[in-house]
Design a protein around this ligand. Sequence first.
Ligand SMILES: Nc1ncnc2c1ncn2[C@@H]1O[C@H](COP(=O)(O)OP(=O)(O)OP(=O)(O)O)[C@@H](O)[C@H]1O
Ligand SMILES: [Mg+2]
Length: 338
Amino acid sequence: MTTTLAAHTAATIPRTDLAIDARGLVKHFGETKAVNGVDLAVPAGTVYGVLGPNGAGKTTTVSMLATLLRPDAGTAEIFGYDVVDDDVAVRSLIGVTGQYASVDEDLSAVQNLVLFGRLLGKSRSAAKTRAEELLADFALEEAATRPLSEFSGGMRRRLDLAASLIDTPPLLFLDEPTTGLDPRTRSQMWETIRTLVAQGSTVLLTTQYLDEADQLADRIAVIDRGRVIADGTSDQLKESIGTSTLVLTPVTRADAHETARIAENVLGDAAAFSPEAGRVTVALHHPDRVPDVLIALRDADIAIEEITVSKPTLDEVFLTITGQDDPNEHPSDQEVDR
Ligand SMILES: Nc1ncnc2c1ncn2[C@@H]1O[C@H](COP(=O)(O)OP(=O)(O)OP(=O)(O)O)[C@@H](O)[C@H]1O
Ligand SMILES: [Mg+2]
C-alpha cells in the first residue's frame, strides 16, 4: 500500500478485492431506459474501460456508482460498500473527474491547485509539490501563474483534470477524460493514468476513443442502449468477432449502404459502416467468399476504392457489435433498413 492511498484508507478500509461489483443496475428517466440492467465486476488495481456510443448510458452508470444518482433497481458495491446504504464510505474511496470543474477565475492555475490540495488536508508544502507535479504532467507550467480567466478551453480542461488528481483515491472514475484534448496532452493523460494504477489505484474509464481503451484498459465493457453487450480483454473482444475483417471503401460514399447489403448477402455476416470514413466493415467468417463479394459489387455497378482484409481493430469490434451506422438510430429502424 502506498502513502498516497493512506489518507483514504485510514478512514475507510476496502473490504474486498473487487473495486466495483454492480449487478442489474437500472436507471430510467421517464420513457428513457438510460441504464437497463448493467453488471460490472472490476478487480482492484486495474483499468476498466467502458465504451459505448453517445447516449449508451455510460455517464448514468458512472453517476450511480459514484453515489451521484440513486439506482432504480439493482445493487452496486465499491470495495464492498453499498452505493446507497454506505454512500459516505463509498465517497471516501472514490474520485470523479469534473467534480472540481468550478475553479476560481481570479486565482492562477497554481493557486487553484494549492487551494484544492489544502482543502483535501495536505500541508502547504505537500500541496505545492503536488500542484507543481500536476502542472508539469498537464503541460501547464508556462501558464501556471496566469489567472484562469485568460485560459483557453483546452487549458481549462487540463486544469480540471489536474485538480481531480490532486489526491489519488483507491478508485477513480474518469468520464471521457481526454475528449477535446490535443494529442500531446492526451498521451500525457494516459501516462498519468498508468502512474496512478502503478501506485495502486483502480480506474474506471469511459471513452469514445477505442485506441484509448486498447492502450489503457485491462478489460473493456461495451455498453449500448443501457446494456453491456460485450465484455472482455481487448484481444478477447477482437477474437469474438472472427479472425479477420473485410473492409470495403466504395468510391461513392452513397453506395455504402448497398455495399453493406451485398456483402451481407454474399457472406451471411452482419456488416456495419462508419459514416465518417465511408467504410463498410464485415466480420469475415468465410474468407473464401470474398471474390464472390467483388463479383456481386461489380454486377451492381459499385466501384470500390479500397479493399482490405485485416485482423480486427477495436474500432471494427465496436462497429460490428453495436451494429449501427448512426449512434442515434433506433434498432427497429435498422431492421427495416436491412
Ligand atoms: N438527467 C437526465 N434526464 C433525462 N434523461 C437523461 C438524463 N441523463 C441522461 N439521460 C438520457 O439517458 C440516456 C443515457 O445517457 P448517458 O449520459 O448516460 O449516456 P452516455 O453513454 O454517457 O453518452 P455520451 O457518450 O454522449 O456521454 C440518454 O438517452 C440520455 O438522453
Ligand atoms: Mg457521457
